[in-house]
Design a protein around this ligand. Structure first.
Ligand code: DGT
Ligand code: CA
Ligand code: CA
Length: 570
């Protein structure tokens, strides 16, 4: 999913807001707001304008400087000016400005006059009726703020795995100097699609040195607890970090305990109890005698189990299989031989066909499918039959110049509301691969949506259904679909379902993908890359495939090219 115009506009609006809170030159804030409105109202996506080589600086309110900034946001997904502002502003002013009724001006007033810089301080002041002493704050406003605050604390935010990973990587880089062994445990290590907080387990020569270092980390917004073996901080992003420092001989037991899941831990403790032993975060014990604890492998072995990869630790039957030496041999990124869903600057991607090919080759792939959008997704600048025919010729030409990697000619064709496809069979028959997807009319009934997608699969050219539920984590609920029926229909028709690896999609999810495997269906793990960089999303798709118990044999793009081509002939 390339960055949308609305997201760029939101980034600029937030930047303007923080500049206003900071109280600097009002013209800077106004310039960002003006640019935000321009971008919001563009008929085409900024990504496609850039891809077409058009000059953004010619748009109203966007000069050379802002045009450069927009290009950087598109390529990196972040805006360093905004990041810097967030780091600079004290406490929770950013979160405060986002509360309904409180914009940047009022937040600045609260800070300047009453030194309120935390949500908690704001709550106390509102409860004590102190806000109405300020100009522009009435009693009504106080009530509104209190209502918004109680809502904000009720829905605790979960972070996408990719977001948590960005935080974890920098934090571990910073901490490891003071640590012996150190690892992020919890849902992060189990590679769940979203993460509630980061649980870090570490050993160190000097136990308390590590916590002392953590509280000094530059992105820490708040220290919630700080003791000799346990420290909890909240980062500026709102992500909580729990650090536990343990003696080296307990590292494995602590890592096991804090990796969880809780249900998996309980199953393991049951096994220990059956033998009259005790398992906790310090080790495995027979009375006072220590049996294991330095490594996880040691604990599993002592319990008579094969080592269970973290992605499987959900108490979904893995403990029994580990005892019977029957755990699946999980698929790994190194098994992947190619990517079957990628975009170029022919539609809403950023890179050329040749650039995507080179990047795929660099990843060691044998093949890459070029699957640009069809016409129906007008915002994505989709291809009609005649442009697709041109692209087919172009891919043939590029293929002749390539060594060591093959481009597959494909499309991500829209599934129309009634299940027909947005391209005719005469052009589809010229392609190596057809990926079909729903991009609109998400609100059909469960029955109608299911039948719409099955009808698309009735077309024998269709190989893969992309992102089958259409969800966007934290943004859009999955559309209603009878997954069991969809899986059975795909199996009957020799069609595949996709695990879309884009970090906010991860669609199918782990549970659905597991059901697909159980039904004997093959899956494609694909990135949906819109830039060369996004080909790297593959590992998030593999994380979910592993959580779904998939082995290399369950994933079509682990096949060598010749075998894959046979599979693609329905
Ligand atoms: P999250 O943070 O909501 O994404 O999910 P987790 O799994 O990281 O959960 P968290 O952070 O509350 O706890 C980390 C691990 O610590 C959890 O996976 C298992 C372990 N744990 C926490 N509380 C308990 C408990 O009461 N009993 C047991 N057996 N383990 C626990
Ligand atoms: Ca956690
Ligand atoms: Ca935790």
């Amino acid at each position: 999913m390339p960055i949308q115009n609305a997201e760029i506009a939101a980034i600029f609006d937030q930047t303007a807001e923080l500049l206003e809170i900071q109280g600097g030159n009002p013209f800077r804030a106004r310039a960002y707001r003006r640019a935000a409105r321009t971008i919001e109202n563009l008929p085409r996506s900024v990504v496609s304008l850039l891809a077409a080589g058009e000059e953004l600086s010619e748009l109203p309110g966007i000069g050379k400087d802002l045009a450069g900034k927009i290009a950087k946001i598109v390529s990196s997904g972040r805006f360093d000016v905004l990041q810097a502002l967030k780091r600079k502003l004290p406490g929770e002013l950013v979160a405060m400005a986002e509360l309904p009724g409180l914009g940047p001006k009022r937040v600045k007033l609260l800070y300047d006059r009453m030194h309120i810089r935390k949500l908690e301080d704001l709550r106390r002041a509102a409860e004590a009726g102190k806000l109405s002493e300020l100009r522009g704050f009435g009693e009504k406003m106080e009530q509104k703020i209190l209502a918004a605050l109680s809502k904000a604390t009720r829905t605790q935010k979960r972070f996408k795995l990719s977001e948590a990973e960005a935080e974890a990587t920098s934090l571990l880089d910073y901490l490891h100097l003071a640590a012996g062994d150190i690892a992020v445990a919890g849902s992060f290590r189990r590679r769940r699609e979203t993460v509630g907080d980061l649980d870090i387990v570490a050993t160190g020569r000097q136990l308390d040195a590590l916590g002392d270092r953590l509280v000094k980390y530059e992105s820490v917004a708040e220290v919630a607890a700080h003791g000799p073996t346990r420290t909890t901080v909240i980062l500026r992003s709102g992500l909580q970090v729990d650090l536990r420092v343990v003696p080296a001989e307990s590292f494995g037991a602590a890592l096991l305990y804090f990796t969880g899941s809780k249900a998996h831990n309980i199953a393991l403790r049951g096994l220990a109890n059956d033998r009259g032993w005790k398992l906790n975060e310090y080790g495995l014990y027979d009375g006072m005698r220590r049996l294991a604890g330095k490594t996880e492998a040691e604990v599993y072995a002592r319990l008579g189990l094969d080592y269970v990869p973290p992605e499987l630790r959900e108490d979904r039957g893995e403990v029994d299989l580990a005892r019977e030496h029957r755990l699946p041999k999980l698929v790994d990124t190194s098994d992947i031989r190619g990517d079957l869903h990628a975009h170029t600057n022919w539609s809403d991607g950023v890179a050329s066909i040749a650039e995507m090919a080179a990047a795929a080759k660099e990843r060691g792939y044998e093949y890459l499918a070029i699957t640009d959008h069809s016409r129906h997704v007008t915002i994505a600048h989709g291809l009609d039959a005649s442009r697709l025919a041109q692209q087919i010729d172009e891919i043939d030409r590029v293929n002749e110049t390539l060594a060591g990697i093959a481009l597959l000619k494909g499309t991500e064709v829209d599934i129309l509301a009634d299940g027909r496809l947005d391209l005719s069979n005469s052009i589809l028959s010229r392609l190596d691969i057809v990926v079909a997807a729903v991009h609109y009319k998400f609100d059909l009934s469960r029955k109608a949506q299911t039948e719409r997608i099955i009808r698309a699969m009735d077309n024998p050219h269709v190989n893969i259904i992309a992102h089958p539920t259409g969800r966007l984590l934290g943004k859009r609920e999955p559309h209603k679909v009878d997954m069991e029926r969809l899986i059975a229909a795909a199996k009957e028709r020799n069609c595949c379902l996709e695990i879309n690896a884009e970090p906010s999609r991860l669609d199918l999810n782990d549970v659905h993908a597991h059901a697909a495997k159980a039904a004997g269906l093959k899956l494609a793990v694909s990135t949906d890359a819109h830039t060369t960089h996004e080909l790297g999303y593959m590992r998030y798709g593999i994380d979910q495939a592993r959580r779904a118990w998939l082995e290399a044999g369950d994933v079509v793009n682990t096949r060598p090219l010749a075998k894959l081509k046979k599979l693609l002939k329905r």
